[in-house]
Write a protein that binds this ligand. Structure first.
Ligand SMILES: [Zn+2]
Length: 93
């Protein structure tokens, strides 16, 4: 009997095997989660490294976006602080 490859490895195309199974409660139902890995440890390592690279890239993009936003906020704040100081100079308390 030939078992169809339902979850092939993205690298080598071998059917991935279950590494671990756990249950997670989502609302009122319990889901069974399964983490699958490539049966070839060397291949799995590469897949994991590639996944990590993708995650890192994503994280770097996100970080840059946050920094850009923070810089913009800071620039706005500085403008506010400067004008406040000028006001204080014009109208001393
Ligand atoms: Zn593989």
């Amino acid at each position: 009997m030939i078992t169809p490859v339902v979850n092939p490895c993205p690298r080598c195309g071998k059917a991935r095997i279950d590494a671990k199974t756990w249950t997670e409660k989502v609302g009122k139902s319990t889901l069974t989660m399964t983490q699958t890995i490539c049966p070839d440890p060397a291949c799995q390592k590469i897949v994991e490294a590639e996944n990590q690279k993708m995650t890192d890239k994503h994280e770097a993009f996100r970080q840059k976006d946050i920094e850009r936003r923070l810089a913009r906020e800071r620039a706005k704040d500085e403008q506010k602080t400067t004008s406040k100081k000028e006001n204080a100079r014009q109208y001393p308390a």
